[in-house]
Design a protein around this ligand. Sequence first.
Ligand SMILES: Cc1cc2nc3c(=O)[nH]c(=O)nc-3n(C[C@H](O)[C@H](O)[C@H](O)COP(=O)(O)OP(=O)(O)OC[C@H]3O[C@@H](n4cnc5c(N)ncnc54)[C@H](O)[C@@H]3O)c2cc1C
Length: 367
Amino acid sequence: MASNNNIVVLGAGVVGLTTALLLLQRGYSVTIVAAHMPGDTDPYYTSPMAGANWWPVSLPNTREQDWDRITYLALDRLASEVPEAGIHYQDAIIYKRNKDQDTVMTQWQQTLLSDEPWFKGLVRGFRKLNKEEIRGDADSGTRFQSVCINAGVYLAWLVGECRKRGGVFKRRMVKHVEEAGEWHHTGGKVACVVNCTGLLASKLGGVMDAKVTPTRGQIVLVRNEIEAMYDISGTDDGDEECTYLMMRAAGGGTVIGGSYQKGNWDTNVDQSMNNRIMKRAIALAPELVKPGQGIEALDVIRTYAALRPLRIGGVRLEREKIGKTEVVHNYGAGGFGYQASYGMAEYSARLVDEVCGRKGPEEKAKL
Ligand SMILES: Cc1cc2nc3c(=O)[nH]c(=O)nc-3n(C[C@H](O)[C@H](O)[C@H](O)COP(=O)(O)OP(=O)(O)OC[C@H]3O[C@@H](n4cnc5c(N)ncnc54)[C@H](O)[C@@H]3O)c2cc1C
């Protein structure tokens, strides 16, 4: 059992920052060590590239469902009470085409596409769409209130919340996970390193997780506005392409996606894919442009391809002793790092409590 409460969180993406925040709230002394920080743009730093919204893909009665539930409650509070966090409410409209039934995309999104998803009673206003609301080649759909996050504003807000509680940031590229334990700002011994390295967990010494793989997502960010967030079960442009739209809070622009390309490390933008993404977006959300206008009426801010840090078999959230260092792993969030962030952070903090011999809330309640 550790004899102090010094923690290093390795990674300053949404997973690392949220974990650091929850540990600080529990009274730990936390240093956040990372090669990339909010404000950077780097192909291996996923968080600033995300949409991001809360659209659960987790199956019922799993730990992932619990992470999504915990996170929804946290984001709902931020959207209603903390405007500076850069999160706002937006209705989600999810369309389903019968012809997409057995595709990879449909399997991945089966919870989101369901008429009776586990989160039906959690969100506000969940209902099936009526016939007049169905657009394009969709056959059915659902609607509910959700949230959309301006990633740039939100990550900066998380940094501020950590600093306010005494969290210290150090910019380092760490070669081996054990090395992170040397960087606590007090210079003292570290009780535990929390490994939130995302995609780069595949290259970090002592971890080298071969199950971590990118899932490429290509995005067009535009100034045009939409009335709700949209998603549809599939496209006619192949199994790796998808169509979704969301408008970021606080003037962050409208994100139009996209693609879901497993194992693809390419961060160059494919222009022909961009054209397909924009055409599909206008078909799904005609209010993007005036009647009769096409993709030339989209006011593009930038286009980019980013890499979701997927882990085959699921997120790694567990303890491991590496050499002399106690490590809690928390990485591999794929396309759901924002919408599961508070749940993943809460579960990691419980493992840190275990390492440090603290009693968790459940145990305390029993006493
Ligand atoms: C196009 C796109 C759209 C998305 N939309 C959504 C969405 O709508 N909703 C949602 O929930 N999710 C979405 N995601 C997924 C989400 O962005 C990711 O799951 C999330 O950002 C992963 O965060 P992370 O903190 O694990 O990793 P990252 O953000 O990549 O952070 C990793 C951190 O670890 C640090 N690091 C790694 N290795 C080292 C090392 N050796 N030494 C020092 N530091 C190191 C990095 O510098 C960085 O600070 C989307 C992703 C993409 C690409």
